[in-house]
Design a protein. Structure first.
Length: 145
DNA sequence: CGGATTTGACCAGCGC
DNA sequence: GCGCTGGTCAAATCCG
């Protein structure tokens, strides 16, 4: 609600790792590789039993972890900012809120409000660094030529 | 007025 | 078989 576009008051308050702030008020902001995306989870999400560290996951740790089975365009971006919804040039309509046990913070679901865009965005706060925001993009824009 | 946002409830898949 | 989580949709409401 209060977050609409980079709120110069909030976003500016906490420096920005990536100065992708267009002081020009430009609209189209391509964050293809502008954001510092850590090759994090870009595979399948199954760690449902990731509740903390009890599950006692295999002591081996991950075992290879060569999950190259990519199903869809899933990209996870970890950005350091106060506002989770950064204006990337598209309109996002919030369509759901859910509470994740892994984090005392709720997960927000956004969808492209464009007419021919079926892109979905998932925004969640980091558990170790509440100042970090995990933005997961799903799909690719369609209303763009 | 329109568009956007919010909360709740529902559904599905999978796990044990 | 049941429970649980995650995810989505719907309606209602509010704001600009």
């Amino acid at each position: 609600m209060s977050d609409f576009r980079n709120n110069p008051t909030a976003a500016e308050g906490t420096d920005d790792d990536e100065r992708y702030l267009y002081g020009d008020g430009s609209t189209a902001l391509e964050l293809s590789e502008l954001l510092k995306f850590d090759e994090w989870v870009e595979t399948e999400d199954h760690p449902r039993s990731f509740a903390g560290v009890s599950t006692g996951s295999s002591s081996t740790g991950e075992g290879a972890g060569s999950r190259s089975a990519l199903a869809k365009e899933r990209v996870a971006f970890k950005t350091k900012s106060e506002v989770e919804v950064l204006d990337d040039g598209y309109k996002w309509r919030k369509y759901g809120k859910k509470m994740v046990k892994n984090s005392p913070n709720p997960r927000n679901y956004y969808k492209c409000s464009t007419e021919r865009c079926s892109v979905k965005k998932r925004v969640e706060r980091d558990r170790d660094d509440p100042s970090y925001v995990i933005t997961t993009y799903e799909g690719v824009h369609n209303h763009q030529t």
